[in-house]
Design a protein around this ligand. Sequence first.
Ligand code: KG4
Ligand code: ZN
Length: 338
Amino acid sequence: MSLITLGIESSCDETGIALYQMGRGLLAHALHTQIPLHSEYGGVVPELASREHVHRVIPLVHQVLKQADITLKQIAAIAYTQGPGLGGALLVGASVANALAYALDIPTIGIHHLEGHLLSPLLSDPAPEFPFIALLVSGGHTQLMRVDGVGQYTLLGETLDDAAGEAFDKSAKLLGLGYPGGPALARLAAQGRSGTYKLPRPMLHSGDLDFSFSGLKTAVLTLVKQSPDDNQTRADIACAAQEAIVDILAHKALAALAQSGLSQLVVAGGVGANQMLRKRLNEVIGRRGGTVFYPDLEFCTDNGAMIAFAGALRLAQQQGGKDYRFDVRPRWDLQQID
Ligand code: KG4
Ligand code: ZN
């Protein structure tokens, strides 16, 4: 029987815990979202996030053990998010992981949060095969990577300023929507009329695979100030903002496939939950004979399953150990891992 890995994700505002067994797949997963806790502040409050993780990690570990009908002693290794993310929040997951692993005398492995996102579509069926292009679109990152295998990531392009998720969140805020803005903006956009307003698409024809979204936020601000304050107008603006973001992402993703000669695109990170983005990518990439892979919706945003899975893959490569000394890496470039 192959080994069972416990995964702990606590980099931001979700506590995600999961059990993954190579050969059998995901045995159980559980998530506690802190969205209601932070929403009254309009964004994540780091200290509150850390404290909430402290309360949630152990109960969620018990919950997944119960779900999978196994005991603590059957866990063979623990994977935790080591970075990037909020320092205090990461420390909660890292210290619980290492303390628990020390008590059980099993290895730990620190996982890069974006590697978790990047590999999460491999949990779905059908799964992509290496090599593929990954479009990573989370709250803090917008990157195009070439993925040749576990740990073999080449950065092809990234945002020079705001991330796509930030563009969603900031536009949503300007339209008076709550946190997190992405899903709220998408809901409002569904009532909007396409083409009523046209917003800029910065760097669309820059010829490289980099992105820029900060100009879009300024354009949304100007439009909001100039327009009447009624629901239909706000929905039309939301629609225009979503169209601009989706256009830019689809254009660059297509260019990355063309330049690399690859045909599989993997979309990972919270913005990958956006239905309009999915529809557009399926259309433009399908038309060119390519295939787009997404994680299941529940694994698009932060979760423990992707950390347990990435950990299991790395442990299979003989990585991780019983050192139990740990640090967290709030800022950590995916290119620096091996
Ligand atoms: O990957 P993620 O859950 O957390 C980070 O690691 O950052 O991504 C969160 C981001 C937020 O900016 C959120 O607004 C965005 O993903 N998001 C969406 C949708 N669901 C989440 N953006 C657009 N449409 C959605 N349906
Ligand atoms: Zn994330």
